[in-house]
Design a protein around this ligand. Structure first.
Ligand SMILES: C[S@@+](CC[C@H](N)C(=O)[O-])C[C@H]1O[C@@H](n2cnc3c(N)ncnc32)[C@H](O)[C@@H]1O
Length: 207
């Protein structure tokens, strides 16, 4: 867990219902295959997981927000290929190996130790040739430097954000046996209201 878990519980108590999926979810949809298994880390109100389940993917959506997960579990109880579980993504038990892993705007929500544990877990819970999709805020994002400096490129405003260095993220993946097959760092990929953050998108593949 992290010091922002109550921030996210509060945020999702006001944004309970899954809205439209993110541009990143749309971007990765052509890589997915019906009937395969995907785990989402930090699903929030489940908007992207709901979209993947609609494509016929078997989805396990994880988040630390217990109340939001309870709400979503009840709302989607008759959708057999969409399961929600309250879990800390930095401390997961081994699960049935997956074809796909998905993390959008969550790696910058955890500290470096958590990132190390998550990527290690991903490498051992992904099938051979399986894909891990990541979208995360870069150190080049204009929010970088705003708020209380916590060290290691992390800042606290009303919640915790640790901005990511592209080359370090590559190294984290490759040192765990995950090849980078796609990588971009840019504005224009995740616009939200008046914001247009610089984000990193990665697709990594297990050898
Ligand atoms: C910026 S929101 C992104 C939500 C969703 N992926 C999206 O793009 O709409 C970050 C999410 O990560 C979750 N999160 C942060 N740290 C977590 C952890 N250690 N374990 C599980 N979920 C976590 C938060 O509860 C929150 O729902």
């Amino acid at each position: 867990m992290n010091s922002s878990s109550s921030y996210w519980e509060n945020y999702y108590s006001k944004h309970r219902e899954p809205a439209d999926c993110s541009p990143f979810a749309e971007f990765i949809t052509p890589f997915l295959k019906k009937g395969k298994r995907l785990i989402e880390f930090g699903c929030g109100n489940g908007r992207d997981s709901k979209h993947f389940a609609k494509q016929g993917i078997n989805v396990l959506a994880l988040d630390q927000c217990k109340k939001e997960i309870a709400f979503l579990s009840d709302k989607f109880k008759s959708t057999k290929n969409l399961i929600f579980l309250a879990e800390d993504m930095t401390n997961l038990p081994d699960l049935e190996n997956s074809d796909f892993l998905y993390s959008r705007f969550t790696i910058h929500a955890i500290d470096r130790k958590g990132e190390e544990k998550l990527v290690k877990w991903a490498a051992s819970n992904l099938k051979a040739n399986g894909l891990f999709f990541v979208e995360v805020r870069s150190v080049k994002d204009e929010l970088y430097g705003i708020g209380e400096a916590l060290g290691d490129n992390a800042y606290f405003t009303d919640h915790y954000r640790r901005f990511i260095i592209l080359e370090e993220l590559h190294q984290q993946f490759t040192s765990n046996g995950l090849d980078i097959i796609y990588s971009i760092e840019s504005k224009g990929l995740a616009p939200y209201k008046t914001q247009d953050p610089v984000v990193i998108r990665l697709i990594a593949q297990k050898k």
